[in-house]
Design a protein around this ligand. Structure first.
Ligand code: NAD
Length: 493
């Protein structure tokens, strides 16, 4: 597959390509053009030209609304093939990918409607003036995305960016560029003009770096690891490019003593092992009252060992492989660290090698007990099917442990008393708190982290606004004052 730049499929200038492999089997899926500074510069130029000539940014919003709705419909029509390709490249079960991608059209329709219904404001400017504030697009936006939810994460950025009238250059993850390239072609067919949505495939250190250091961007929006966020924010910041970063996380799942333990165990397993634990809000710290720990652990283990691991494309599969050898090694290293730190493995703890699983990057769902909050397995983002159970004596201790981590993206609270859950949510330092649920998102819900989980918000009205900037216009309704022709004391409002 090739880059999509200015409406054309283009190879890299030097002809380089890289392999995309299926993590369940190791088989080659496709070779993809490997871009660098040349392709990024070409894509940013195309996006700048498209922005400047107004083919998208100056279209009446009613027309952008119609085209984005057509795009949403085309995505809906392509869901089976997109889901299969996404599942093949990420290793995530087709059931998960189909459920996730079925949400995409909603995001484009929601943001098209937000743009279509957005109202500008009139400010109470003192004096004989009419002053109004308009929201205008930013310009060319760079978007760098990860491999764990390739199209969903792109969509959370792309839908508001396009709805607001920006033009975009995307650098998808080197592990999963295929569906993003496919989406760019669908966009063209749906009537999004050439040059508005460009994709350059390639590696973070080269294509990603070239995009984040391009001085022509109006904004850079990254979803990735916290260390990548620090690098990218510095690089883009040096050019005074505004930066949005959605970064790592390690979500606490707080089980209150009044919770239904069976439901809480189901919720904890869902929080921890969906996407084989490769989510930024993976329930990786399960907090339970010390008197109930054994009971909860037994229920969680019973569920974890019964998860069906296998070919992601089979309907019955519940747990796929990790995305890469690197993620598998990272998981193995952290399990070894956990054992060394003195935590107890309740289930899992090893690579799955039986039968066909041995060819892929499969790892058994792993639950650690006897974990202290200070242990590395409880602090670092492992990004694999590993969760830790920690105990608390009272609510204050539960809050202390929940907040005792550099991340602050998501958390869940399990209780039979919603009021208790709401009160507790006020004390948890993170961007989203679910009560009796986990992993739920909506186009209308602002998304983003506190602390080392990032800066800025995506989705919701707030996410839309972050893809716009204000332009204030002040109209003098009287005769202009001739400042130097009078000696009267005048106010400059
Ligand atoms: P990553 O940081 O390795 O890569 C993310 C993207 O950044 C990729 O496209 C990569 O090529 C690019 N990149 C890497 N180094 C770069 C550099 N120096 N300059 C520019 N671009 C660079 O992350 P990943 O392994 O793909 O994804 C997993 C991480 O993403 C986890 O930490 C996870 O928590 C995080 N994540 C966060 C959210 C969120 O909403 N906060 C959602 C999903 C994933």
């Amino acid at each position: 597959m090739k880059h999509v730049i200015d409406g054309l499929e283009v190879a890299s200038a030097d002809g380089r390509t890289f392999e995309v492999r299926n993590p369940a089997t190791g088989a080659l899926v496709e070779r993809v053009a490997e871009g660098g500074a040349t392709e990024v510069a070409r894509a940013v130029d195309a996006a700048q030209q498209a922005f400047d000539d107004g083919r998208w940014s100056k279209l009446p919003v009613s027309q952008r609304y119609r085209i984005l709705n057509r795009f949403a419909q085309s995505i809906e029509d392509s869901l089976p093939s997109l889901s299969t390709l996404e599942s093949t490249c990420t290793g995530r079960p087709l059931r998960e990918m189909s459920a996730q991608l079925s949400r995409l059209p909603e995001f484009y329709r929601y943001f098209a409607a937000v743009a279509r219904t957005a109202e500008d404001s009139l400010t109470p400017f003192e004096g004989p003036y009419l002053s109004y504030v308009r929201r205008v697009p930013l310009g060319v936006v760079g978007q760098i995305t990860p491999w764990n939810h390739p199209l969903l994460i792109l969509t959370k950025k792309l839908a508001p960016a396009l709805a607001a009238g920006n033009t975009v250059v995307v650098k998808p993850s080197e592990y999963t560029p295929l569906t993003t390239l496919q989406l760019a072609k669908i966009a063209l067919e749906a009537g999004i003009p050439p040059g508005v949505f460009n994709v350059v495939a390639g590696f973070g250190g080269e294509a990603g770096r070239a995009l984040s250091s391009h001085a022509g961007l109006a904004k850079l929006d990254l979803t990735g690891g916290t260390e990548t966020g620090r690098v990218v924010a510095q690089t883009a910041g040096a050019n005074l490019v505004r930066v949005n970063c959605e970064l790592g996380g390690k979500a606490p799942v707080i089980v209150l003593p009044d919770a239904d333990l069976e439901k809480a165990a189901g919720g904890a397993i869902f929080a921890a092992f969906i996407a084989t634990g490769q989510t930024c809000i993976a329930g990786a710290r399960i907090l339970v009252h010390e008197s109930q720990a054994q009971d909860l652990i037994e229920r969680m283990v019973a569920r974890a060992v019964s998860l069906r691991m296998g070919d992601p494309l089979l309907a019955e599969t519940q747990l796929g492989p990790l995305v890469s050898e690197r993620q598998l090694q990272r998981t193995e290293e952290y399990v070894a660290i956990g054992i060394k730190e003195g935590a107890e493995i309740e289930c899992g703890g090893k690579r799955a090698t039986s039968g066909a699983l041995g060819q892929g990057f499969f790892y058994e769902p792993t639950i650690f007990a006897d974990v202290r909050s200070s242990m590395r397995i409880a602090q670092d983002e492992i990004f694999g099917p590993v969760t830790c159970v920690l105990t608390y004596k009272d609510l204050d201790e539960a809050v202390r442990i929940a907040n005792d981590i550099p991340f602050g993206l998501g958390a869940s609270i399990w209780t039979s008393d919603a009021a208790k859950g709401i009160k507790l949510s006020e004390r948890i330092n993170c961007g989203v708190v679910w009560i009796n649920d986990h992993h739920r998102i909506d186009p209308s819900l602002p998304w983003g982290g506190m602390k080392a989980s990032g800066m800025g918000r995506e989705a919701g009205i707030e996410g839309y606004r972050e893809y716009t900037q204000t332009k204030s216009v002040v109209v003098n309704l009287d005769e202009p004052v001739d400042w130097y022709a009078t000696t009267k004391t005048l106010r400059l409002s």
